[in-house]
Write a new protein. Structure first.
Length: 293
């Protein structure tokens, strides 16, 4: 081959490559992937230390806890739990806190939005926590627009308490928030009546998809309000929660709007696993590590 022909062919190949692969060049990946510990609840109750060690080895970087039967910190103080996580390369970013009084009314490590919140928030912030999240509203408290207003007031007050300690407060959805009640929905009501500086949103992607929500539109209508998401996939036939990447949800299409939405933390969650949940969360993590968007 003549040198001139080689140069021409090489130039054409380079031009074609640049023409057809700009999305690959500009693709983004998830640098820090977290996990909601509810996924590993049974194993955590047996041996919290061993589970956190395994999560660190797998490559998880962040943790979101919740009020288990052993408290938010699995039988440990906030200081000890944060230290244990850090020793395994994990950062405790957030925890779920229930709206009402918890069943375990013992010790400063237990809290609800209406009980012991201020002292808990102070301790959580002191150790480096960032977010407090309300995960659920029981059915008896959400049957009317009047109920919705009471919920909005409670969340706003919790947001004020968190802000005083340098934390951010958020609300996590299921699907019922998108069901119409008296001409509106709980989700619309909270968005409209809660100050976005006090009440952010943790979008559970699975539940939003199950409710038929257009997530792109939700992000566009409420830019910057979603610092946290639950990365949970939906089975293609029975709509059960499955390992991320094995279901029907197009996470790349959703995550390409991350900047618009304000997403900073991605927590894998799977309500139920067919076998060892550590195997399931490893599968989910491996998929997300390779995901380009």
């Amino acid at each position: 081959m003549l040198r001139r022909d080689f140069i021409l062919q090489s130039s054409a190949f380079t031009a074609a490559t640049l023409l057809f692969t700009p999305q690959i060049a500009n693709a983004k990946i998830l640098e820090k992937i977290g996990i909601q510990l509810y996924t590993l609840r049974d194993l955590m109750k047996e041996d919290c230390k061993a589970v956190l060690e395994q999560l660190g080895k797998l490559g998880y970087k962040e943790i979101e806890s919740y009020p288990s039967g052993k408290g938010h910190f699995w039988g440990r103080t906030a200081k000890d739990f944060f230290a244990l996580a850090k020793n395994n390369g994990l950062q405790v970013v957030s925890t779920h806190i229930p709206l009402g009084l918890p069943a375990q009314e013992v010790g400063k490590e237990i809290a609800a939005l209406t009980w012991n919140l201020e002292s808990f928030v102070d301790a959580f912030a002191k150790e480096g926590g960032k977010y407090i999240v309300c995960p659920y509203v029981v059915k008896d408290l959400r049957n009317s627009v009047s109920d919705f207003s009471k919920i909005a007031d409670t969340l706003s007050k919790a947001g004020e308490t968190c802000k005083k300690s340098g934390l951010t407060f958020a609300y996590h959805n299921h699907d019922f928030e998108f069901h119409e009640v008296e001409g509106t929905t709980l989700y619309k009501h909270l968005i409209k009546n809660c100050d976005p500086d006090l009440v952010k949103l943790e979008l559970d992607i699975y539940w939003a998809e199950k409710a038929g929500v257009n997530i792109e539109t939700l992000f566009k209508d409420n830019p910057g309000r979603f610092p946290l998401v639950h990365v949970k996939d939906m089975g293609k036939t029975d709509k059960a929660t499955v390992e991320v990447g094995s279901g029907s949800i197009d996470f790349a299409a959703i995550f390409k709007h991350s900047k618009l939405a304000g997403i900073q933390h991605y927590f894998v969650e799977q309500d139920n696993s067919p076998g060892n949940p550590l195997v399931s969360v490893e599968q989910s993590l491996n998929f997300l590590k390779k995901l380009n968007f």
